[in-house]
Ligand binder design. Structure first.
Ligand SMILES: NC(=O)c1ccc[n+]([C@@H]2O[C@H](COP(=O)([O-])OP(=O)(O)OC[C@H]3O[C@@H](n4cnc5c(N)ncnc54)[C@H](O)[C@@H]3O)[C@@H](O)[C@H]2O)c1
Ligand SMILES: [Zn+2]
Length: 320
């Protein structure tokens, strides 16, 4: 049995970098072992990325070898506290020429073993801890309110929101309990979104990542409260649960009040951990492409409220 270890190293990976860093064999003591440096567990070099196809084969160019789940065990070791990619069926690759990020889905991408150890995350600087943690919060809130949400995923997402509300500020201070809470939160909410999907905060974040190389977690954090405002009337009582997960006593509150309380709590957390609210790189002339790209993103259909190009533009404008 071949064993594959993956370590998260590269930000916003594209095909070129994936190919150059993809894999190498460790000679000597560790036989039959491949180490992949990536931000995600597994990916396939070459054009087939962009087909969004389940191929059943995972070619790794540097080795000239084809692996499937049957002949390679994949151990995923997250070193950031956000993507939860160690438990998901998908990975995200940037097509630099098209300036698009593509969400690819492949059962071969699901690691066999996830080693989720908060100590592996303790070397993250404050900014990376904050941004990756806000990515996890975006997974939890988008997963909790996506069209496909259902009871089991809701349990995971709500628990993740509680954990993040309690632990992200502490994790940013490198407090061990905070790190532990965030390691768990990002992991459990990923198990949910891997099944139920996400929404347009991710569509817009993917677009900003592809066009401006904005770190994924920063882009998610900036979009999340804007998208929550846009979605709020399409979320039933779910924003009451979110507000309560942040410690708000919602007794006696109207829907408008508890929805505002949930959005305010998310916005406050983002500010407290140092995420900016404006994106200076965002230019007027880029808006048409940004909107079309976000509308075409794989996460858009899961959003509880449909968004037109004009809606996307109004939301992107809030970052200017
Ligand atoms: N399941 C999925 O497929 C999924 C989900 C969410 C996001 N994503 C994708 O994942 C990427 C974002 O990954 P991310 O948020 O983990 O990282 P990131 O891209 O924000 O940051 C990665 C950087 O952090 C550094 N780093 C990693 N661990 C560190 C540590 N412990 N100490 C110090 N530095 C460390 C790396 O060297 C790299 O430079 C984006 O491309 C995004 O689109 C994928
Ligand atoms: Zn994400």
């Amino acid at each position: 049995m071949h064993t594959i270890f993956t370590f998260y190293i590269i930000s916003n990976p594209d095909v070129e970098h994936h190919n150059s860093y993809a894999a190498f064999d460790i000679n000597g003591e560790m036989k039959n072992c491949t180490v992949i440096f990536t931000t995600e567990p597994f990916r396939k070099p070459g054009d087939m990325f962009f087909d969004h196809m389940v191929t059943g084969l995972v070619p790794i160019d540097d080795l000239g070898t084809l692996y499937t789940k049957e002949d390679a065990a994949n151990f995923a070791v997250p070193t950031t506290g956000g993507t939860g990619a160690e438990s998901t069926i998908n990975y995200v690759i940037t097509d630099v020429e098209k300036k698009r990020k593509f969400v690819c889905v492949d059962p071969n991408d699901i690691p066999d073993v996830a080693v989720v150890d908060p100590d592996m995350m303790s070397s993250m600087p404050k900014g990376l801890t904050a941004s990756t943690g806000m990515d996890a919060l975006t997974h939890a809130i988008e997963g909790y309110t996506t069209k496909a949400a259902w009871a089991l995923a809701d349990c995971l997402d709500l628990e993740a929101i509680k954990l993040i509300a309690k632990n992200l500020r502490k994790a940013v201070q490198n407090d061990p309990d905070g790190r532990e809470g965030m390691a768990l939160a990002q992991y459990v909410t990923a198990m949910a979104y891997s099944n139920v999907g996400l929404g347009i905060a991710h569509s817009m974040a993917h677009t900003l990542g592809a066009v401006y190389d904005t770190p994924h977690g920063v882009a998610c954090a900036m979009m999340l409260p804007i998208v929550m405002e846009y979605n709020q009337e399409y979320t039933g009582e779910k924003f009451r649960d979110i507000a309560e997960a942040f410690g708000v006593d919602t007794k006696g509150m109207s829907a408008d009040e508890y929805r505002k309380a949930a959005i305010d709590a998310v916005r406050q957390l983002s500010v407290d951990v140092g995420i900016p609210t404006k994106l200076e790189k965002l230019k007027e002339e880029d808006l048409p492409f940004l909107c079309e790209s976000a509308a075409a993103d794989a996460c858009a259909p899961g959003n509880p409220r449909a968004a037109s190009l004009a809606d996307f533009e109004a939301m992107f404008r809030k970052l200017m």
